[in-house]
Design a protein around this ligand. Structure first.
Ligand SMILES: [Zn+2]
Length: 65
């Protein structure tokens, strides 16, 4: 029997905030493992969010623990 995680434990895309239930792309950023739904979202994070917000661009919901 597979064990499913509670929805609240699933990570959200670090860029658009969408729930990433299956797949998702994990990348190391700012010392954390973050999850994103698409390459495009990683691009937005790197080229827009981080330069603009710095550390504040990190969402707790997208950090993989
Ligand atoms: Zn996304």
């Amino acid at each position: 029997m597979p064990v499913y995680k509670e929805v609240s434990e699933l990570p959200h895309c670090g860029s658009c905030g969408k729930l990433v239930s299956v797949g998702g792309i994990r990348v190391e950023r700012l010392g954390h493992t973050l999850v994103f739904c698409t390459e495009r979202c990683i691009q937005v994070f790197d080229t827009y969010k981080v330069p603009k917000y710095g550390e504040a661009a990190l969402w707790q919901e997208s950090i993989v623990r």
